[in-house]
Design a protein around this ligand. Structure first.
Ligand SMILES: Cc1ncc(COP(=O)(O)O)c(C=O)c1O
Length: 480
Protein backbone atom coordinates (compact mmCIF):
# COMPACT_ATOMS: atom_id res chain seq x y z
CA UNK A 1 0.00 0.00 0.00
CA UNK A 2 1.45 3.35 -1.01
CA UNK A 3 0.80 6.73 0.61
CA UNK A 4 -2.04 7.72 -1.78
CA UNK A 5 -3.92 4.46 -1.34
CA UNK A 6 -3.35 4.83 2.39
CA UNK A 7 -4.76 8.36 2.34
CA UNK A 8 -8.02 7.19 0.74
CA UNK A 9 -8.41 4.13 2.95
CA UNK A 10 -7.36 6.11 6.01
CA UNK A 11 -10.08 8.70 5.49
CA UNK A 12 -12.60 5.89 5.17
CA UNK A 13 -11.29 4.28 8.32
CA UNK A 14 -11.51 7.50 10.35
CA UNK A 15 -15.11 7.91 9.12
CA UNK A 16 -15.78 4.34 10.09
CA UNK A 17 -14.37 4.86 13.62
CA UNK A 18 -16.37 8.07 14.10
CA UNK A 19 -19.59 6.35 12.93
CA UNK A 20 -18.88 3.33 15.10
CA UNK A 21 -18.33 5.47 18.20
CA UNK A 22 -21.59 7.26 17.42
CA UNK A 23 -23.63 4.06 17.26
CA UNK A 24 -22.11 2.27 20.29
CA UNK A 25 -25.11 3.17 22.51
CA UNK A 26 -27.32 1.10 20.19
CA UNK A 27 -25.09 -1.99 20.44
CA UNK A 28 -25.39 -4.69 23.11
CA UNK A 29 -22.72 -4.05 25.75
CA UNK A 30 -21.64 -7.67 26.12
CA UNK A 31 -20.49 -9.49 22.97
CA UNK A 32 -23.26 -11.90 22.07
CA UNK A 33 -21.09 -14.42 20.20
CA UNK A 34 -20.45 -18.06 21.08
CA UNK A 35 -16.90 -19.43 21.44
CA UNK A 36 -15.42 -20.07 18.00
CA UNK A 37 -18.07 -18.02 16.18
CA UNK A 38 -15.69 -15.22 15.16
CA UNK A 39 -12.95 -17.60 14.02
CA UNK A 40 -15.55 -19.60 12.07
CA UNK A 41 -16.31 -16.52 9.96
CA UNK A 42 -12.68 -16.05 8.91
CA UNK A 43 -11.10 -17.88 5.97
CA UNK A 44 -8.81 -20.72 7.02
CA UNK A 45 -5.94 -19.40 4.90
CA UNK A 46 -4.37 -15.99 4.30
CA UNK A 47 -5.32 -14.32 0.99
CA UNK A 48 -2.87 -14.71 -1.89
CA UNK A 49 -4.33 -11.69 -3.71
CA UNK A 50 -4.92 -8.21 -2.24
CA UNK A 51 -8.54 -7.57 -1.26
CA UNK A 52 -10.41 -4.27 -1.63
CA UNK A 53 -10.47 -2.06 1.46
CA UNK A 54 -14.28 -1.97 1.32
CA UNK A 55 -14.32 -5.73 1.98
CA UNK A 56 -12.07 -5.30 5.03
CA UNK A 57 -14.35 -2.54 6.40
CA UNK A 58 -17.42 -4.71 5.78
CA UNK A 59 -15.85 -7.49 7.84
CA UNK A 60 -15.04 -5.03 10.65
CA UNK A 61 -18.77 -4.31 10.78
CA UNK A 62 -20.01 -7.84 10.22
CA UNK A 63 -17.50 -9.94 12.12
CA UNK A 64 -15.44 -7.83 14.51
CA UNK A 65 -17.93 -5.37 16.03
CA UNK A 66 -20.39 -8.10 17.14
CA UNK A 67 -17.40 -10.00 18.54
CA UNK A 68 -16.31 -7.21 20.87
CA UNK A 69 -17.71 -6.36 24.30
CA UNK A 70 -18.35 -2.65 24.01
CA UNK A 71 -16.26 -1.21 26.82
CA UNK A 72 -16.64 2.28 25.29
CA UNK A 73 -20.43 1.95 25.81
CA UNK A 74 -22.06 4.39 28.27
CA UNK A 75 -23.57 1.42 30.10
CA UNK A 76 -20.36 -0.51 30.49
CA UNK A 77 -20.02 -1.01 34.24
CA UNK A 78 -17.94 -4.20 34.05
CA UNK A 79 -14.40 -4.91 35.28
CA UNK A 80 -12.97 -1.36 35.27
CA UNK A 81 -13.09 1.61 32.89
CA UNK A 82 -10.97 0.87 29.84
CA UNK A 83 -11.45 4.20 28.15
CA UNK A 84 -9.99 4.90 24.72
CA UNK A 85 -10.40 8.65 24.30
CA UNK A 86 -10.54 9.61 20.65
CA UNK A 87 -7.80 12.18 21.24
CA UNK A 88 -5.49 9.38 22.35
CA UNK A 89 -6.62 7.19 19.43
CA UNK A 90 -5.28 9.89 17.10
CA UNK A 91 -1.97 9.84 18.97
CA UNK A 92 -1.81 6.06 18.65
CA UNK A 93 -2.45 6.34 14.93
CA UNK A 94 0.29 8.98 14.61
CA UNK A 95 2.67 6.66 16.46
CA UNK A 96 1.87 3.80 14.09
CA UNK A 97 2.15 6.12 11.11
CA UNK A 98 5.58 7.27 12.21
CA UNK A 99 6.59 3.65 12.63
CA UNK A 100 9.56 4.64 14.77
CA UNK A 101 11.89 2.13 16.35
CA UNK A 102 12.48 2.75 20.04
CA UNK A 103 15.55 0.71 20.81
CA UNK A 104 17.95 3.45 21.88
CA UNK A 105 17.78 7.22 22.25
CA UNK A 106 19.52 7.48 18.86
CA UNK A 107 17.00 5.30 17.03
CA UNK A 108 14.28 7.87 17.82
CA UNK A 109 15.34 10.73 20.11
CA UNK A 110 11.81 12.17 20.10
CA UNK A 111 10.35 8.86 21.22
CA UNK A 112 12.55 8.96 24.32
CA UNK A 113 12.26 12.65 25.08
CA UNK A 114 8.49 12.97 24.58
CA UNK A 115 8.15 9.97 26.90
CA UNK A 116 10.36 11.61 29.52
CA UNK A 117 8.29 14.78 29.34
CA UNK A 118 4.95 12.89 29.43
CA UNK A 119 6.07 10.91 32.48
CA UNK A 120 6.98 14.22 34.10
CA UNK A 121 3.69 15.92 33.11
CA UNK A 122 1.76 13.05 34.62
CA UNK A 123 3.96 12.99 37.70
CA UNK A 124 3.20 16.64 38.26
CA UNK A 125 -0.51 16.23 37.54
CA UNK A 126 -0.71 13.41 40.10
CA UNK A 127 1.58 15.16 42.62
CA UNK A 128 3.92 12.19 42.99
CA UNK A 129 7.36 13.00 44.48
CA UNK A 130 9.32 15.48 42.36
CA UNK A 131 12.47 13.37 42.33
CA UNK A 132 10.75 10.28 40.87
CA UNK A 133 11.28 9.31 37.25
CA UNK A 134 8.83 7.46 35.08
CA UNK A 135 8.72 5.11 32.13
CA UNK A 136 5.78 3.94 30.04
CA UNK A 137 5.22 0.21 29.86
CA UNK A 138 2.52 -1.99 28.40
CA UNK A 139 0.77 -2.94 31.61
CA UNK A 140 0.70 -2.74 35.38
CA UNK A 141 1.45 -6.46 35.34
CA UNK A 142 4.76 -5.90 33.55
CA UNK A 143 5.51 -2.96 35.84
CA UNK A 144 4.97 -5.17 38.89
CA UNK A 145 7.30 -7.80 37.46
CA UNK A 146 9.96 -5.15 36.87
CA UNK A 147 9.52 -3.93 40.45
CA UNK A 148 9.86 -7.46 41.80
CA UNK A 149 13.06 -7.96 39.79
CA UNK A 150 14.43 -4.66 41.08
CA UNK A 151 13.50 -5.67 44.64
CA UNK A 152 15.17 -9.06 44.26
CA UNK A 153 18.41 -7.51 43.03
CA UNK A 154 18.45 -4.93 45.80
CA UNK A 155 17.88 -7.58 48.45
CA UNK A 156 20.64 -9.78 47.05
CA UNK A 157 23.20 -7.06 46.26
CA UNK A 158 22.88 -7.75 42.53
CA UNK A 159 23.07 -11.52 42.71
CA UNK A 160 22.20 -11.60 39.00
CA UNK A 161 25.89 -11.02 38.34
CA UNK A 162 26.82 -14.07 40.39
CA UNK A 163 24.77 -17.16 41.13
CA UNK A 164 21.38 -15.42 41.13
CA UNK A 165 18.67 -16.50 43.53
CA UNK A 166 20.09 -19.98 43.54
CA UNK A 167 23.13 -18.72 45.41
CA UNK A 168 21.17 -17.10 48.25
CA UNK A 169 21.46 -18.65 51.68
CA UNK A 170 18.24 -17.10 53.03
CA UNK A 171 14.99 -17.32 51.02
CA UNK A 172 13.53 -13.92 50.06
CA UNK A 173 9.95 -13.14 51.11
CA UNK A 174 7.29 -10.82 49.65
CA UNK A 175 4.18 -9.38 51.35
CA UNK A 176 0.83 -8.34 49.95
CA UNK A 177 -2.85 -9.11 50.62
CA UNK A 178 -5.21 -11.65 49.12
CA UNK A 179 -7.04 -8.66 47.59
CA UNK A 180 -4.02 -7.66 45.49
CA UNK A 181 -4.41 -8.12 41.76
CA UNK A 182 -3.50 -11.56 40.36
CA UNK A 183 -0.56 -9.90 38.59
CA UNK A 184 1.17 -9.60 41.97
CA UNK A 185 1.48 -13.35 42.71
CA UNK A 186 2.28 -13.81 39.03
CA UNK A 187 5.17 -11.32 39.23
CA UNK A 188 6.40 -12.89 42.48
CA UNK A 189 6.39 -16.34 40.86
CA UNK A 190 8.02 -15.16 37.62
CA UNK A 191 10.73 -13.22 39.47
CA UNK A 192 11.74 -16.50 41.09
CA UNK A 193 10.75 -15.87 44.70
CA UNK A 194 8.39 -18.87 44.72
CA UNK A 195 4.77 -18.54 45.78
CA UNK A 196 5.67 -20.31 49.02
CA UNK A 197 7.53 -17.15 49.99
CA UNK A 198 4.60 -14.82 49.28
CA UNK A 199 2.67 -13.82 52.41
CA UNK A 200 -0.94 -12.72 52.20
CA UNK A 201 -1.28 -10.25 55.07
CA UNK A 202 -4.63 -10.00 56.87
CA UNK A 203 -6.96 -7.21 55.86
CA UNK A 204 -9.38 -5.13 57.86
CA UNK A 205 -12.78 -6.89 57.67
CA UNK A 206 -14.62 -3.66 56.79
CA UNK A 207 -12.20 -1.76 54.56
CA UNK A 208 -10.34 -4.77 53.06
CA UNK A 209 -7.10 -2.77 53.46
CA UNK A 210 -3.87 -4.36 54.67
CA UNK A 211 -3.54 -4.35 58.47
CA UNK A 212 -0.12 -2.78 59.24
CA UNK A 213 0.13 -4.62 62.56
CA UNK A 214 -0.33 -7.94 60.74
CA UNK A 215 2.38 -6.91 58.28
CA UNK A 216 4.69 -6.02 61.17
CA UNK A 217 4.09 -9.40 62.78
CA UNK A 218 4.69 -11.32 59.53
CA UNK A 219 7.93 -9.42 58.86
CA UNK A 220 9.19 -10.05 62.38
CA UNK A 221 8.28 -13.76 62.24
CA UNK A 222 10.09 -14.25 58.93
CA UNK A 223 13.20 -12.43 60.11
CA UNK A 224 13.21 -14.54 63.27
CA UNK A 225 12.99 -17.64 61.08
CA UNK A 226 16.07 -16.55 59.11
CA UNK A 227 14.23 -15.34 56.01
CA UNK A 228 14.97 -12.07 54.18
CA UNK A 229 11.99 -9.74 53.52
CA UNK A 230 12.59 -8.35 50.02
CA UNK A 231 9.41 -6.58 48.96
CA UNK A 232 5.99 -5.37 50.02
CA UNK A 233 3.33 -4.75 47.36
CA UNK A 234 0.68 -2.33 48.59
CA UNK A 235 -2.51 -1.86 46.60
CA UNK A 236 -4.10 1.54 46.24
CA UNK A 237 -7.48 0.68 44.81
CA UNK A 238 -7.78 -3.11 44.74
CA UNK A 239 -9.55 -4.66 41.78
CA UNK A 240 -12.30 -6.24 43.87
CA UNK A 241 -13.35 -3.41 46.17
CA UNK A 242 -10.94 -0.48 45.51
CA UNK A 243 -9.48 -0.99 48.99
CA UNK A 244 -6.56 1.27 49.90
CA UNK A 245 -3.64 -0.16 51.81
CA UNK A 246 -2.36 2.50 54.26
CA UNK A 247 0.99 3.56 52.82
CA UNK A 248 1.84 5.90 55.67
CA UNK A 249 1.96 2.95 58.06
CA UNK A 250 3.33 0.40 55.62
CA UNK A 251 6.31 2.51 54.42
CA UNK A 252 8.16 2.60 57.77
CA UNK A 253 7.72 -1.15 58.20
CA UNK A 254 9.10 -1.91 54.75
CA UNK A 255 11.99 0.51 55.30
CA UNK A 256 12.87 -0.93 58.70
CA UNK A 257 13.39 -4.29 57.01
CA UNK A 258 15.04 -2.94 53.88
CA UNK A 259 12.15 -4.31 51.80
CA UNK A 260 11.23 -2.67 48.48
CA UNK A 261 7.79 -1.05 48.55
CA UNK A 262 5.91 -1.25 45.27
CA UNK A 263 2.54 0.50 45.04
CA UNK A 264 -0.01 -0.93 42.61
CA UNK A 265 -2.39 1.92 41.80
CA UNK A 266 -3.35 0.60 38.38
CA UNK A 267 -6.96 1.79 38.50
CA UNK A 268 -6.79 4.46 41.19
CA UNK A 269 -3.82 6.38 39.79
CA UNK A 270 -6.11 8.53 37.64
CA UNK A 271 -7.82 9.82 40.78
CA UNK A 272 -4.53 11.36 41.92
CA UNK A 273 -5.21 14.10 39.37
CA UNK A 274 -7.78 15.34 41.89
CA UNK A 275 -6.23 17.12 44.89
CA UNK A 276 -9.10 15.92 47.09
CA UNK A 277 -8.15 12.28 46.32
CA UNK A 278 -4.44 12.51 47.14
CA UNK A 279 -5.17 10.98 50.55
CA UNK A 280 -5.12 7.69 48.65
CA UNK A 281 -1.31 7.79 48.62
CA UNK A 282 -0.48 9.53 51.89
CA UNK A 283 3.07 8.44 52.70
CA UNK A 284 3.95 7.48 49.10
CA UNK A 285 7.18 9.51 49.18
CA UNK A 286 8.76 6.62 51.12
CA UNK A 287 7.92 4.03 48.46
CA UNK A 288 10.36 2.67 45.89
CA UNK A 289 8.04 2.34 42.91
CA UNK A 290 4.46 2.95 41.86
CA UNK A 291 2.55 1.89 38.75
CA UNK A 292 -0.72 3.15 37.40
CA UNK A 293 -2.59 2.81 34.14
CA UNK A 294 -3.63 5.81 32.05
CA UNK A 295 -5.23 3.10 29.89
CA UNK A 296 -7.93 2.55 32.48
CA UNK A 297 -10.02 5.38 33.88
CA UNK A 298 -7.91 8.27 32.53
CA UNK A 299 -8.70 7.09 29.01
CA UNK A 300 -5.41 6.87 27.11
CA UNK A 301 -6.06 3.97 24.78
CA UNK A 302 -4.45 0.60 25.70
CA UNK A 303 -1.64 0.02 26.22
CA UNK A 304 -0.24 2.72 28.44
CA UNK A 305 0.95 2.07 31.98
CA UNK A 306 3.29 4.33 33.94
CA UNK A 307 5.97 2.99 36.25
CA UNK A 308 7.67 5.48 38.55
CA UNK A 309 10.80 4.70 40.51
CA UNK A 310 12.56 6.59 43.27
CA UNK A 311 16.01 5.34 42.23
CA UNK A 312 16.35 5.02 38.44
CA UNK A 313 20.07 4.23 38.74
CA UNK A 314 19.24 1.04 40.58
CA UNK A 315 16.64 0.04 37.98
CA UNK A 316 19.11 0.68 35.18
CA UNK A 317 21.76 -1.40 36.91
CA UNK A 318 19.28 -4.28 37.09
CA UNK A 319 17.92 -3.99 33.56
CA UNK A 320 20.75 -2.69 31.39
CA UNK A 321 22.52 -4.53 28.64
CA UNK A 322 25.05 -3.02 26.30
CA UNK A 323 25.62 -4.97 23.09
CA UNK A 324 28.07 -3.23 20.78
CA UNK A 325 25.50 -2.44 18.07
CA UNK A 326 23.45 -0.35 20.53
CA UNK A 327 26.32 1.78 21.86
CA UNK A 328 26.64 5.43 20.89
CA UNK A 329 28.60 8.59 21.61
CA UNK A 330 25.78 10.07 23.69
CA UNK A 331 25.50 7.16 26.16
CA UNK A 332 25.62 8.64 29.62
CA UNK A 333 23.99 11.90 28.46
CA UNK A 334 20.59 10.55 27.49
CA UNK A 335 17.88 8.23 28.80
CA UNK A 336 18.01 4.76 27.31
CA UNK A 337 14.58 3.35 28.11
CA UNK A 338 15.66 -0.12 26.99
CA UNK A 339 17.48 -0.16 30.36
CA UNK A 340 14.28 0.60 32.34
CA UNK A 341 12.39 -2.60 31.59
CA UNK A 342 12.31 -5.87 29.70
CA UNK A 343 11.71 -5.16 25.97
CA UNK A 344 14.37 -3.71 23.71
CA UNK A 345 12.10 -2.44 20.93
CA UNK A 346 9.49 0.02 22.24
CA UNK A 347 6.51 1.73 20.61
CA UNK A 348 6.02 5.50 20.64
CA UNK A 349 3.38 5.20 23.38
CA UNK A 350 4.05 8.69 24.69
CA UNK A 351 2.34 10.18 21.64
CA UNK A 352 -1.09 8.98 22.72
CA UNK A 353 -0.60 10.57 26.13
CA UNK A 354 0.61 13.75 24.47
CA UNK A 355 -2.38 13.92 22.14
CA UNK A 356 -4.78 12.99 24.93
CA UNK A 357 -3.59 15.68 27.33
CA UNK A 358 -3.25 18.36 24.66
CA UNK A 359 -6.56 17.75 22.88
CA UNK A 360 -8.72 17.08 25.95
CA UNK A 361 -6.87 19.13 28.58
CA UNK A 362 -6.34 18.20 32.22
CA UNK A 363 -9.29 20.22 33.52
CA UNK A 364 -11.87 18.36 31.40
CA UNK A 365 -10.37 15.06 32.50
CA UNK A 366 -10.60 16.13 36.16
CA UNK A 367 -14.24 17.13 35.65
CA UNK A 368 -15.03 13.71 34.17
CA UNK A 369 -13.32 11.88 37.05
CA UNK A 370 -15.31 13.97 39.55
CA UNK A 371 -18.50 13.21 37.63
CA UNK A 372 -17.78 9.48 37.93
CA UNK A 373 -16.99 9.67 41.65
CA UNK A 374 -20.28 11.52 42.17
CA UNK A 375 -22.22 8.97 40.10
CA UNK A 376 -20.77 6.08 42.10
CA UNK A 377 -21.70 7.81 45.38
CA UNK A 378 -25.22 8.40 44.03
CA UNK A 379 -25.62 4.73 43.15
CA UNK A 380 -24.27 3.63 46.54
CA UNK A 381 -26.81 5.88 48.27
CA UNK A 382 -29.70 4.36 46.27
CA UNK A 383 -28.52 0.84 47.03
CA UNK A 384 -27.98 1.43 50.76
CA UNK A 385 -31.32 3.12 51.20
CA UNK A 386 -33.34 0.41 49.43
CA UNK A 387 -34.54 -2.53 51.53
CA UNK A 388 -33.07 -5.86 50.45
CA UNK A 389 -29.97 -4.26 48.89
CA UNK A 390 -26.56 -3.85 50.48
CA UNK A 391 -23.32 -2.04 49.64
CA UNK A 392 -20.59 -4.47 50.70
CA UNK A 393 -17.44 -2.32 50.76
CA UNK A 394 -16.51 1.32 51.25
CA UNK A 395 -16.93 3.32 48.04
CA UNK A 396 -13.45 4.86 47.93
CA UNK A 397 -13.49 5.50 44.21
CA UNK A 398 -15.88 4.76 41.35
CA UNK A 399 -16.70 1.13 42.11
CA UNK A 400 -19.76 -0.01 44.05
CA UNK A 401 -19.76 -3.60 45.30
CA UNK A 402 -23.32 -4.66 46.03
CA UNK A 403 -25.67 -7.54 46.63
CA UNK A 404 -29.40 -8.06 46.58
CA UNK A 405 -30.55 -10.13 49.55
CA UNK A 406 -34.06 -11.49 49.07
CA UNK A 407 -36.24 -12.08 52.15
CA UNK A 408 -34.84 -14.92 54.26
CA UNK A 409 -31.36 -14.79 52.66
CA UNK A 410 -29.68 -13.18 55.68
CA UNK A 411 -30.44 -13.07 59.39
CA UNK A 412 -31.25 -9.91 61.33
CA UNK A 413 -27.53 -9.56 62.14
CA UNK A 414 -26.57 -9.83 58.50
CA UNK A 415 -25.34 -13.46 58.63
CA UNK A 416 -25.94 -15.38 55.43
CA UNK A 417 -28.48 -18.16 56.01
CA UNK A 418 -28.25 -20.13 52.77
CA UNK A 419 -25.02 -19.35 50.92
CA UNK A 420 -25.76 -21.56 47.90
CA UNK A 421 -29.18 -20.04 47.33
CA UNK A 422 -27.90 -16.48 47.73
CA UNK A 423 -24.98 -17.15 45.37
CA UNK A 424 -27.31 -18.64 42.77
CA UNK A 425 -29.60 -15.62 43.08
CA UNK A 426 -26.68 -13.17 42.65
CA UNK A 427 -25.20 -14.96 39.65
CA UNK A 428 -28.67 -15.38 38.16
CA UNK A 429 -29.58 -11.71 38.18
CA UNK A 430 -26.11 -10.57 37.12
CA UNK A 431 -26.27 -12.95 34.14
CA UNK A 432 -29.73 -11.60 33.33
CA UNK A 433 -28.35 -8.04 33.23
CA UNK A 434 -25.37 -9.01 31.09
CA UNK A 435 -27.34 -11.22 28.69
CA UNK A 436 -29.83 -8.39 28.17
CA UNK A 437 -27.08 -6.40 26.43
CA UNK A 438 -28.45 -3.27 28.10
CA UNK A 439 -25.57 -2.97 30.60
CA UNK A 440 -22.59 -4.94 31.83
CA UNK A 441 -21.66 -5.63 35.46
CA UNK A 442 -19.09 -8.00 36.94
CA UNK A 443 -19.88 -10.72 39.47
CA UNK A 444 -16.96 -11.32 41.83
CA UNK A 445 -16.31 -13.15 45.07
CA UNK A 446 -15.97 -11.18 48.30
CA UNK A 447 -15.70 -12.92 51.67
CA UNK A 448 -16.43 -16.26 49.94
CA UNK A 449 -19.77 -15.04 48.60
CA UNK A 450 -20.69 -13.81 45.13
CA UNK A 451 -21.27 -10.10 44.89
CA UNK A 452 -21.64 -7.74 41.94
CA UNK A 453 -19.20 -4.98 41.08
CA UNK A 454 -20.54 -1.91 39.35
CA UNK A 455 -17.56 -0.01 38.01
CA UNK A 456 -18.62 3.48 36.96
CA UNK A 457 -16.31 5.49 34.71
CA UNK A 458 -16.74 4.75 31.02
CA UNK A 459 -16.03 8.04 29.25
CA UNK A 460 -19.60 8.56 27.95
CA UNK A 461 -21.39 7.43 31.14
CA UNK A 462 -23.66 10.17 32.49
CA UNK A 463 -25.96 10.22 35.53
CA UNK A 464 -28.93 9.10 33.44
CA UNK A 465 -26.98 5.96 32.46
CA UNK A 466 -26.38 5.14 36.12
CA UNK A 467 -30.05 5.78 36.87
CA UNK A 468 -30.99 3.42 34.03
CA UNK A 469 -28.62 0.82 35.44
CA UNK A 470 -30.20 1.05 38.87
CA UNK A 471 -33.65 0.52 37.32
CA UNK A 472 -32.27 -2.45 35.39
CA UNK A 473 -30.75 -4.04 38.51
CA UNK A 474 -34.09 -3.85 40.30
CA UNK A 475 -35.83 -5.33 37.26
CA UNK A 476 -33.23 -8.10 37.10
CA UNK A 477 -33.84 -9.33 40.65
CA UNK A 478 -37.58 -9.51 39.85
CA UNK A 479 -37.17 -11.18 36.47
CA UNK A 480 -34.27 -13.62 36.88
C1 LIG B 1 -5.31 -3.10 40.92
C2 LIG B 1 -4.87 -3.65 39.60
N1 LIG B 1 -3.59 -3.98 39.43
C3 LIG B 1 -3.14 -4.47 38.25
C4 LIG B 1 -4.00 -4.66 37.19
C5 LIG B 1 -3.45 -5.22 35.93
O1 LIG B 1 -3.34 -4.24 34.96
P1 LIG B 1 -2.76 -4.55 33.53
O2 LIG B 1 -3.91 -5.09 32.72
O3 LIG B 1 -2.27 -3.24 33.01
O4 LIG B 1 -1.67 -5.54 33.67
C6 LIG B 1 -5.33 -4.34 37.33
C7 LIG B 1 -6.26 -4.56 36.22
O5 LIG B 1 -7.38 -4.91 36.42
C8 LIG B 1 -5.80 -3.83 38.56
O6 LIG B 1 -7.09 -3.51 38.75
Amino acid sequence: MGPEEFRAAGHELIDWIADYRGRIPQLPVQAQVAPGEVAGKLPSHAPEEAEPFSQVLADLDGIVVPGVTQVQHPRHFGWFPSNASLASVLGDLAASGLGSLGITWQSAPALTEVEEVMAEWLRELTALPASWKGVISDSASSACLVAMLAARERATDYSKARGGLQSQSAPLTVYTTAHAHSSVPKAVALAGYGLGNLRFIDVDPVTYAMRPEALAAALAADVAAGLRPAAVVASVGTTGTTAVDPLAQIVPLARRHGAWLHVDAAMAGSALMLPEMRWLVDGVEGADSLAWNPHKWLGTVLDCSLLYVADPDHLIRVMSTSPSYLRSAVDGEVTQYKDWGIPLGRRFRALKLWFHLRLDGAEAIRARLRRDLGNARWLAEQVSSTPGWRVLAPVNLQTVVLRHEPPGAVSGTGAVLDADALNAHTLGWADWVNASGAALVTPSVLDDMWSVRVSVGAEPTERHDVEALWRLLKEAVESS
